[in-house]
Design a protein around this ligand. Structure first.
Ligand SMILES: Nc1ncnc2c1ncn2[C@@H]1O[C@H](COP(=O)(O)OP(=O)(O)O)[C@@H](O)[C@H]1O
Ligand SMILES: [Mg+2]
Length: 359
């Protein structure tokens, strides 16, 4: 059993820079945890603490039944893949993959077996005698992965491993990564600022902001039940609509349309309504009426499989609607009626950003 546990982990560089604030989480065998957040939120620092490349100011790191907080990196049984690949340029692919095994005094027959097997699974068999300088970005990335895989470590750490690949290749390698780690038992901690990678690869996601975990949940809950306004706004493309509405009694005013509010101890003067672009729809003919919100289309972006339609509603910021209608529909300057289904609305506290109970 090689469960990874972080307990109240903190890292302070100076009183002004606290990149890791009280992070507690665990990753069990077979789990793939992604640390997701904007640049500078403390993802790499957290990973470096786990690897032992930095010392925590406070807190504990455990792998299985070992407290590894103060162990040297080499004694933690962790393999790390960096964005920069960090391959030895003078060594062949084979030697790069075998290097960490040689230090551990494993027999050359066993090294050969492990490297050959992993090279095969990564499609690198033909390239084992090449030096990294001869390889493409995607191939180098696979060698870096291979070097981690041959070690069969207790924990895998990956820091933005796809960031240096171009968009098409990134998509392909993302799929390969998912298949590769599906057959690995050791816990994986994966760092990215890319929500698609986080959503597609993970069994659970920790969304970070300013060094703190905002939400720790499986991908579908991060998307369908964001814990606060930050998570709602960070995950989802096109971005969720977040509208600050005035409250009147038990209703929030969406333009002239009163939306019933959830039960709150006291009614605030304002509230944030969140609704994803795919959950707003256009009322057609007979549906239009009291339960719809009138607006004017001012921008249509055709993305092939969908149109993003930006609608200006009187008294509000713009509302983005994802429409799957044929691209040739003439939206420009047309008045539309929008439907906001109450059960698909997220409510957030205007001051704290926290999620409020559903209606
Ligand atoms: N060695 C260091 N000394 C001082 N500040 C640092 C150091 N390393 C990182 N930081 C700061 O810590 C914060 C988090 O950095 P990092 O963990 O690299 O973020 P991320 O990987 O999420 O982009 C940033 O504000 C960064 O400038
Ligand atoms: Mg980073």
């Amino acid at each position: 059993m090689s469960k990874l546990e972080l307990k109240n982990l903190n890292k302070t560089y100076n009183p002004k820079v606290v990149p890791v604030k009280d992070i507690s989480l665990d990753v069990s065998e077979g789990e793939f945890l992604t640390l997701l957040g904007p640049s500078g939120c403390g993802k790499s620092t957290t990973l470096r603490l786990i690897a032992g490349l930095e010392q925590p100011t406070r807190g504990e790191i455990r792998i299985g039944d070992r407290n590894v907080t103060y162990l040297r990196p080499g004694d933690r049984d962790i393999a790390m893949v960096f964005q920069s690949y960090a391959l030895y340029p003078h060594m062949t692919v084979y030697e790069n993959m075998a290097s960490s095994l040689k230090i551990r005094k494993i027999s050359s027959a066993e090294i050969n077996r492990l490297v050959t097997e992993v090279a095969e699974s990564l499609g690198l068999t033909e390239l084992v005698d090449h030096k990294p300088g001869k390889l493409s970005g995607g191939q180098r990335q696979r060698v870096a992965l291979g070097r981690a895989l041959v070690r069969q470590p207790a924990v895998f750490l990956l820091d933005e491993p796809l960031s240096n690949l171009d968009a098409l290749l990134r998509e392909k390698v993302r799929g390969e990564l998912k298949q590769l780690f599906a057959s690995q038992k050791a816990p994986v901690v994966y760092v990215t600022h890319d929500q698609t990678e986080a959503m597609t690869l993970s069994t659970k996601i920790a969304v970070l902001n300013n060094g703190s975990v905002q939400q720790l949940d499986p991908p579908h809950l991060i998307y369908t039940r964001p814990a606060n306004q930050f998570v709602a706004g960070f995950v989802g493309s096109p971005q969720i609509n977040l509208l600050v509405l005035k409250c009147q009694g038990n209703f929030a005013m969406l333009g002239n349309f009163p939306v019933p509010l959830p039960n709150l101890p006291t009614m605030p003067p304002e509230i944030v309504l969140g609704i994803r672009p795919e959950h707003v729809s256009f009322a057609e003919g007979t549906e239009a009426g009291e339960t719809t919100i009138k607006g004017e289309v001012y921008l249509v972006e055709n993305l092939g499989m969908q149109n993003l339609v930006s609608v200006r509603v009187k008294g509000l910021e713009s509302v983005t609607v994802r429409a799957l209608q044929p691209g040739d529909k003439n939206w420009n300057s047309s008045i539309v009626e929008l439907i906001f289904p109450p059960r698909l609305i997220h409510w957030f506290d205007v001051k704290t950003g926290d999620r409020l109970p559903d209606f």
